[in-house]
Design a protein around this ligand. Structure first.
Ligand code: IPM
Ligand code: MG
Length: 351
């Protein structure tokens, strides 16, 4: 029987609530499906940062490397600047484990209402470059507080980094029925890094003659997402562009509370990390109403990555049955609790 070691890092805010729900659901699934999941919990979060001065203790990343996957909640707290929490916990894992492909599917689940009239046409995967670009942390500040203060934030695009994300996106597009890949850029205004991004896209395209391609400027693609959702399938974009587009995709799919993500290290040299994209959501923390669906969908992506495709499919069917039944948390206009949704999913798994 296969056994997988999973590192659970609930983090902050509703991350704690949804990861607890996710672990419960995954355990129910593993009992049914004939594989083992061995969870270890890591209390790396902002409260402990404020006590200890660090998010990840010494040797923490080394330990994390020994796991098959990381199941992550959210990081971010009201009393820690966001750039500190992000660079203290999430980015050291994404960047340290070379999780360069961030995959963000968007689909309107049954029973969920999209704000778009033709929202049922949404079936996208946003592929986000996750290791460089605008998130390279490359820059500095001088003359602090003076009128001549200067800050730079320099995007970095490397041939290796750009080529591997395009290749990943092509392979993903090739595996989907429509085999369509839209490359998002801003090479009209940004004439160095973005032009390299475009050039390498067309080089890689030669290896995938069966994939239909097109190119869209990042501003223009937002209108296409809203007005002509059916014309998009897989979308590849830079770190920042895809960050923005994936929030739009989540909102158009009905709620940020259902959107999942996988931070993949495709070479499998390091574990990949799976997380809901909603963040810590302090406004609803502790109320028991966080939507666990994003985490469950995320868990399905994790199972898929681990090679447990049948269990992933079973979990997705349970998720869809529950959303279709109208049992919805407040973000979807209902009044169900995290607990009720979790129990409904587990009941379907155990059926
Ligand atoms: C995301 C989030 C993060 C990001 C934040 C929390 C820094 O918005 O995963 O999309 O921009 O990467
Ligand atoms: Mg984001």
């Amino acid at each position: 029987m296969s056994a997988y070691k999973i590192a659970a890092v609930p983090g902050d805010g509703i991350g704690v609530e949804v990861i607890a729900a996710g672990v419960e659901v995954l355990q129910a699934l593993s009992k049914k499906s004939g594989f083992e999941l061995d969870f270890k919990h890591f209390d790396w979060n902002s409260d402990n940062y404020l006590k200890n001065g660090y998010y990840i203790p010494e040797g923490g990343l080394e330990e994390l490397k020994t796991f098959d996957a990381i199941f992550f909640g959210a990081v971010g707290a009201l009393n820690v600047p966001d750039h500190i929490s992000l660079w203290g916990l999430r980015l050291p894992i994404c960047q340290g484990f070379d999780q360069y492909a961030n995959v963000r599917p968007a689909r309107v689940l049954p029973g969920v209402k999209s704000p778009l009239l033709n929202g049922d046409q949404i079936d996208w995967v946003v592929v986000r470059e996750n290791s460089e670009g605008e998130y390279s942390g490359n820059g500095g500040r001088v003359h602090r507080g003076l009128p001549e203060e200067v800050a730079t934030e320099v995007s970095v695009f490397t041939r290796a980094g750009v080529e591997r994300i395009h290749r990943f996106a092509f392979e993903l597009a090739q595996s989907r029925p429509r085999k369509h890949l839209t490359m998002v850029t801003k090479s009209n205004a940004q004439r160095h890094g973005m032009v390299l991004w475009d050039e390498i896209f067309y080089e890689v395209a030669k290896d995938f003659p069966d994939v239909k391609i097109d190119k869209e400027l990042v501003d223009a693609v937002t209108t296409r997402m809203v007005l002509k959702p059916s014309t998009l399938d897989v979308i590849v974009a830079t770190n920042l562009h895809a960050d923005i587009l994936s929030d739009l995709a989540a909102a158009l799919s009905g709620s940020l509370g259902i959107a999942p993500t996988a931070n993949l290290n495709p070479s499998r040299k390091f574990p990949s990390m799976f997380e809901p994209i909603h963040g810590s959501a302090f406004d609803i923390t502790g109320k028991g109403v966080a939507n666990p669906i994003a985490t469950f969908w995320t868990a399905a992506m994790m199972l898929e990555h681990l090679g447990e495709a049948a269990a992933a499919k079973q979990l997705m069917s349970a998720i869809e049955a529950v959303t279709e039944s109208g049992l919805h948390t407040p973000d979807l206009g209902g009044n169900a609790t995290t607990r009720q949704i979790t129990e409904a999913i587990i009941a379907l798994i155990n059926r």
